[in-house]
Design a protein around this ligand. Structure first.
Ligand SMILES: CC(C)(COP(=O)(O)OP(=O)(O)OC[C@H]1O[C@@H](n2cnc3c(N)ncnc32)[C@H](O)[C@@H]1O)[C@@H](O)C(=O)NCCC(=O)NCCS
Ligand SMILES: Nc1ncnc2c1ncn2[C@@H]1O[C@H](COP(=O)(O)OP(=O)(O)OP(=O)(O)O)[C@@H](O)[C@H]1O
Length: 198
């Protein structure tokens, strides 16, 4: 089974691409979804976050207040690293468990949808990597709209990641997601063909 990483920058279109791949029957392991599951109420990571960041990041129902924590960490690299140090080991362990499940099921290919693939030195062990890119202008525009952020907040979140241009240089395959979605899907079809024929 080949593990194919799917990455890019925040709001460049990974989930959109992953949704298309899922429709083709390809299994997707989604790091953002897993990162939410590992901080659910009752999970050890949530207690560790409470100890590290205080009660202000927990809401009345005992859940993680993602907005407050996001505001804290995306403007402060030390705090972001503190959060990563808590969550990432749980996220990677679960990604590995899911990959193993698909391997045993006899899958030929699995997608690791992982925004921080390069920032975490490909710890998830992707053998090939697809990077989804857009111009910085489009990225900020889509991010502000999707997450209801100001321009300054959106810029902060972009700055918390490795520059997209650098990821593009490291990629095995680059998907240009500036155009209409159909053009993105056509690029994915071509990449899939190559991956499945290798
Ligand atoms: C800070 C948190 C609470 C903000 O939650 P929020 O609901 O606003 O964002 P969400 O989780 O949907 O992430 C949206 C995007 O932000 C970017 N992002 C998330 N975490 C990080 C991070 N640690 N470093 C850089 N970018 C990040 C990614 O591109 C991601 O797709 C949350 O992102 C979080 O817990 N992050 C730490 C876990 C993590 O690293 N997740 C990324 C996948 S491993
Ligand atoms: N080709 C496109 N044309 C117009 N809008 C698009 C296109 N691709 C994605 N979008 C929109 O841009 C936003 C970001 O896309 P998406 O959520 O797929 O990004 P992402 O890389 O998964 O983001 P994140 O890492 O932050 O979760 C979404 O609101 C999505 O609907």
């Amino acid at each position: 089974m080949i593990k194919v990483g799917l990455t890019g920058g925040i709001a460049t279109g990974k989930s959109t691409v992953a949704g298309y791949l899922r429709k083709q029957g390809i299994p997707i392991i989604d790091a953002d979804v897993i990162a939410r599951e590992v901080v659910a109420v009752g999970k050890p990571a949530l207690d560790e976050i409470r100890v590290a960041f205080g009660d202000a990041v927990i809401n009345e129902t005992g859940e993680l207040d993602r907005k407050t924590l996001g505001k804290l960490v995306f403007g402060n690299r030390t705090l972001l690293e503190k959060l990563n140090a808590i969550t990432h080991p749980y996220v990677y362990a679960e990604m590995e468990a899911q990959a193993e499940h698909y391997r045993i099921a006899g899958e030929q290919l699995v997608i690791l949808d992982l925004p921080l693939l390069y920032e975490t030195n490909n710890h998830a062990g992707a053998q090939k990597v697809i990077v989804v890119v857009v111009t910085e202008e489009k990225q900020l525009e889509r991010l502000m709209k999707r997450n209801d952020l100001s321009l300054a907040e959106a810029k902060q979140r972009v700055a918390a990641q490795m520059p997209l241009a650098q990821k593009q240089l490291l990629a095995d395959f680059v998907v240009d997601n500036n155009g209409p979605i159909q053009s993105t899907y056509e690029q994915i079809d071509q990449i899939l063909k190559k991956l499945l024929n290798d």
